[in-house]
Ligand binder design. Structure first.
Ligand code: NHR
Ligand code: GAR
Length: 223
């Protein structure tokens, strides 16, 4: 067993947030119900006072803030964040509405055991303001993607992707709400797969049961 592979049994999950934490809530609920073979051992926010920290506290999960404004350099913030994550012996780091770009040193330390949910059909619209960009482009579909985090912003191999229609009268807010509903289905699903030891990250991309996934990940179909 290596220092990053803590063997069989429930995985130790650390969730990073910056805001409301509705994705965090679905993960809290799924771990509590036993549908994920894992336990959230800490929730860390880069912003003090956010709703997601209250959600963690309400669930008796340690809730910490590492405020990026307390650090002059991104490397220093990332070092403090990594220290907290390591102190909780995380098997998987879950970005759930986490809004700070992470340095290569940090990303490489958690390679293959850090995932993010991004509100677009990657590789379309990495970065911010995804819903406005999809509407402005005249797209007829939007969605969300769970992917492994690599140095390339929102560029790591996809694990699961879900699609929703864009309606002619959509605003970024109405579209975001439709996409968020799908996020709440696919993030617990991806984390469940990871906790069963079924996901991997290779030089070729993400794997499920050792088989390379398509570039856009598994296509999530409604149950
Ligand atoms: N870090 C790396 N290296 N790779 C990824 O794929 C990452 C990442 C950090 C966060 C989430 C991502 C998203 O899903 C994510 C993926 C923040 C920004 C951003 O521009 C962009 C993408 C994502 C998260 N952040 C600004 C910054 O200067 C701050 C914006 C703010 O505070 O509101 O870090 O969308
Ligand atoms: C989600 O839509 C997530 O995909 C997005 O922020 C929202 C967080 O909601 N993430 C990003 O935009 C990352 N840059 P939540 O806090 O309620 O889970």
């Amino acid at each position: 067993m290596s220092s990053t592979d803590r063997g069989a049994g429930p995985k130790r999950l650390v969730v990073l947030i910056s805001g409301s934490g509705t994705n965090l809530q679905t993960l809290i609920d799924a771990t509590r119900q036993g549908s994920i073979n894992g336990r959230i051992v800490a929730v860390i926010s880069n912003k003090p006072g956010v709703r997601g920290l209250e959600r963690a506290q309400s669930a008796d999960i340690p809730a910490l803030t590492v405020d990026h404004r307390d650090f002059q350099r991104r490397e220093d913030f990332d070092a403090a964040l990594a220290e907290q994550i390591e102190s909780h012996r995380a098997d998987l780091v879950i970005l759930a509405g986490f809004m700070r770009i992470l340095t290569p040193g940090f990303v490489n330390r958690f390679a293959g055991r850090m995932m993010n949910i991004h509100p677009s059909l990657l590789p379309r619209y990495p970065g911010l303001d995804t819903h406005r960009r999809a509407i402005d482009a005249g797209d007829r579909e939007a969605g969300a993607t769970v992917h492994f985090v690599t140095e390339e912003l929102d560029g790591g191999p996809a694990i699961v992707q879900a699609r929703v229609p864009i309606h002619p009268d959509d605003t970024p807010a109405t579209l975001a709400a439709r996409v968020l509903e799908k996020e709440h289905l696919i993030y617990p699903y991806a984390v469940k797969l990871f906790c069963e030891g079924r996901l991997g990250l290779t030089g070729q991309g993400a794997t499920l049961d050792g088989t390379l996934l398509p570039r856009t990940g598994l296509a999530y179909l409604d149950p």
